[in-house]
Ligand binder design. Structure first.
Ligand code: PGA
Length: 252
């Protein structure tokens, strides 16, 4: 059966010493509990190797927030999937709306990145979600379906089965305006149906679909109680160990 997962996405926050301190605090908090979910932190490239040294990887997974669409070579400033994997990381967030919006990432690029991640033993946490206009003009189901189809549906079933999805309505990211638990459930159930139509019910039932967008300790419980919401991708609230742990412990 699918896993519950709470993953932090630190984005472009924390200096290296601050990031190490935050990772240590989350690691420390996890020592005393057995959470009902897998816990992952997605951190800046510069922090990966150092954070890997200070966390217990049997309790806390480590991920990057992006990787390059090439394996190696003359791509100044880029960081490849093998480089990420060589730090000890085992996850990579791909297709975040901020990468799509500000850095022009397309389904075509993301398809390549997903393949490179999988080939290098990184589990993609693949983000999808509509912008406000698409929510308001009722095209949000089509938009999300297209994002999944274009970037992921050429994968063979065994590879698709390794992907974690994160539904993040763009209008809810960093805005304090969370999707309601019913809105999240409606979309997550739809996504699971799209997967079932392509790969069958078993793979659909085994795919973890996280919710992201202003998720915090106060709303996580209601969101995670929904049958198709398998956890969260957490931005702002992952920058404080206490609030992040408040979300980790929201599973009943
Ligand atoms: P937020 O970000 O929790 O700060 O809204 C979520 C995300 O962008 O992954």
């Amino acid at each position: 059966m699918r896993k519950n997962i709470v993953a932090g996405n630190w984005k472009m926050n924390t200096t290296l010493p601050e990031g190490i301190a935050l990772a240590k605090a989350v690691n420390e908090a996890l020592k005393n509990i057995t959470p009902k979910c897998d816990v992952v932190i997605g951190v800046p490239f510069t922090h990966l190797a150092s954070v890997n040294e200070v966390i217990d990887k049997s309790k806390l997974g480590l991920g990057a927030e992006n990787c390059a669409d090439h394996l190696s070579g003359a791509y100044t400033g880029e960081v490849s999937a093998p480089m990420v994997a060589s730090t000890g990381a085992n996850y990579v967030i791909l297709g975040h709306s901020e990468r799509r919006q500000y850095y022009g990432e397309t389904s075509e690029t993301l398809k390549t990145k997903v393949n490179l991640a999988l080939e290098n033993n990184l589990t993609p946490i693949f983000c999808i979600g509509e912008v406000l206009e698409e929510r308001e003009n009722n095209t949000y189901f089509d938009v999300v379906k297209k994002q999944i189809e274009e970037a992921l549906f050429e994968l063979p079933a065994d590879k698709f089965g390794q992907i974690i999805l994160a539904y993040e309505p763009v209008w809810a990211i960093g805005t304090g305006k969370t999707a309601t638990d019913d809105q999240a459930e409606e979309m997550h159930a739809f996504i699971r149906g799209v997967i079932a139509d392509k790969y069958g019910k078993e793979i659909a039932d085994n795919t973890s679909i996280l919710y992201g967008g202003s998720c915090k300790p106060s709303n996580a419980k209601a969101l995670f109680a929904k049958p198709n919401v398998d956890g969260g991708l957490i931005g702002g609230a992952s920058l404080d160990a206490e609030s992040f742990m408040g979300i980790v412990t929201a599973f009943e």
